[in-house]
Design a protein around this ligand. Sequence first.
Ligand code: AMP
Length: 211
Amino acid sequence: MVQPRILILGAPGAGKGTQSAKIADRFDVDHVTTGDALRGNKEMDISHLDLEYDTPREYMDRGELVPDAVVNAIVDEALSQADGFVLDGYPRNLEQAEELEGMTDLDVVLYLDVSEDELVHRLTGRRMDPETGEIYHLEYNPPEDPAVEDRLVQRDDDTEETVKERLRVYRENTEPVIEHYEERGDLERIDGEQSPDEVWADVKETIEDAA
Ligand code: AMP
């Protein structure tokens, strides 16, 4: 396995972004993330698709899933340009999982397992430094520099109300995806409540073992 094709699953706040960045760096693969791709194209005009809303933002700010037609196209394009990849934030429902099967094979499917109470705590305390893009947590990982602390912003969808909706959408749409891979015997379950370094040690070992 020269450049592995890795899928990372887990609820919002499970640590997929953090671990994916480390995977991309260590295994020299592309980080393909639908969340970041959509955040960078929030105002994209999708009115020609004749859906409920005309931009991704309107779905995202409500904590709802952006329609499959939009997301599938983003992933298809990104994967066609990558030799190896870590795919993060997709598939989020069984239709997307089926779509992915038509696009590529996978070498490893990781699942970061984190309890719901911990997810709420992590997401509502999450903040970003708009100047560096660095992610902090008000309690677990506050910035040392007071100037950084003063300029921190919260992601539009990390408010308590939207977090609850995102987790509801996750339970309803994405948990069946986890079960789908589990039934196929492909799922590598990792304890996502450990420290980021401990999670990384498990993630790295699991990918190396699959090689
Ligand atoms: P994330 O950063 O992965 O938590 O994604 C943020 C938001 O982007 C989600 O709440 C959805 O509105 C949208 N989104 C990201 N990935 C997908 C996907 N695979 N399918 C549908 N919507 C998505």
